[in-house]
Design a protein around this ligand. Structure first.
Ligand code: PLP
Length: 293
């Protein structure tokens, strides 16, 4: 079941609409150009996870696209309205994904803004154990590590509605005996998954280090990656940012794809080569993320 709420000038805090009926005009630039931004949040264990971080990132993405957004307080109110209606139907506390979408709207009529709350199936929400993790392929993103800096119009690091490339990468992976993909720059830097951030852990005599690629390459600043860094920090692990190469992934003691709804999924092979995932490190990450605010 899903609940949809639009934020309109008449109803800035949201008004429920029927998600099974058409609600967007065919001229809306979300549909005609993929011109807009979005966020996906998780409601789990009775709360919206990382709400402020998601609202901040939505604002940052909108700024990059020069898109005017409703105030954060209106998004919060609309989320509460949608969640309330969702829980009336799905049961108190039921787990849900909350998608916030901001489109440039119909030309010269201002933006279109809505919240969509949908149930999350257990298998999608539950982290894979190291034993049932993901086979991934490395895919060339087609630009080098400095492109984000050189070409801001690429909107690297903004969470735009233009996800056709990301979906194509996942289809490519699935057509090539894999479950998901990790993008790599043309000059060999690890970036991110099509819908996830990449984490790797290294264990040495000196302790455990958790690493993620550097944001300057134009990857999305992941809210789950940030939460994982907090978890790891509390566990006494060292933290660091790339540059990371494919060789770093293959030599790691654990590689994970992390994102808001999926949380942490261990990677078990890369381009057909098995990679280990230390079960103890996996447990710390998965349990910590599950408990994290
Ligand atoms: N990178 C990309 C391209 C994504 O689409 C996502 C999430 O959908 C992420 C990273 C992970 O972000 P978060 O942990 O905030 O969900």
């Amino acid at each position: 079941m899903s609940v949809a709420v639009f934020l309109t000038p008449q109803h800035p805090d949201g008004v429920e609409v029927d998600p099974t009926r058409p609600q967007l005009l065919v001229t809306d630039q979300a549909a005609t150009r993929g011109d807009g931004v979005f966020e996906t949040l998780l409601f789990r264990h009775g709360r919206i996870r990382e709400e402020e971080a998601h609202l901040r990132r939505l604002a940052g993405s909108a700024l990059a696209l020069d898109l005017e957004l409703p105030e954060a307080s209106h998004w919060r109110a609309a989320m509460q309205l949608a969640l309330g209606r969702f829980h009336e139907g799905a049961g108190e506390g039921a787990e849900a994904s909350i998608r916030l979408t901001a489109s440039r709207g119909v030309p010269s009529e201002g933006g279109t803004f809505w919240v969509l709350v949908s149930g999350v199936s257990r298998s999608a929400a539950t982290s894979h154990g190291p034993e049932d993790g993901l086979r991934v392929v490395l895919l060339d993103r087609g630009y080098d590590a400095a492109a984000a800096d050189r070409a801001p119009w690429l909107l690297a690091g903004a969470k735009t509605l233009s996800y056709a490339i990301n979906m194509a990468a996942q289809r490519w992976a699935q057509a090539h005996d894999a479950d998901d993909a990790i993008f790599v720059t043309s000059d060999g830097r690890v970036l991110e998954g099509p819908t996830s951030s990449v984490l790797i852990a290294r264990r040495t005599d000196a302790g455990v280090t958790l690493l993620t690629p550097e944001l300057e390459t134009g990857i999305l600043a992941g809210t789950t990656q940030a939460a994982a860094f907090e978890v790891a920090g509390e566990a006494g692990w060292s933290l660091g940012y790339g540059p990371l190469t494919p060789a770093d992934l293959l030599a790691a003691d654990g590689v994970w794809l992390v994102s808001s709804v999926r949380l942490a999924a261990a990677v078990t092979s890369i381009d057909g080569v098995s990679v280990p995932c230390d079960p103890e490190l996996h447990r710390v990450l998965v349990e910590g993320l599950d408990a994290a605010l």
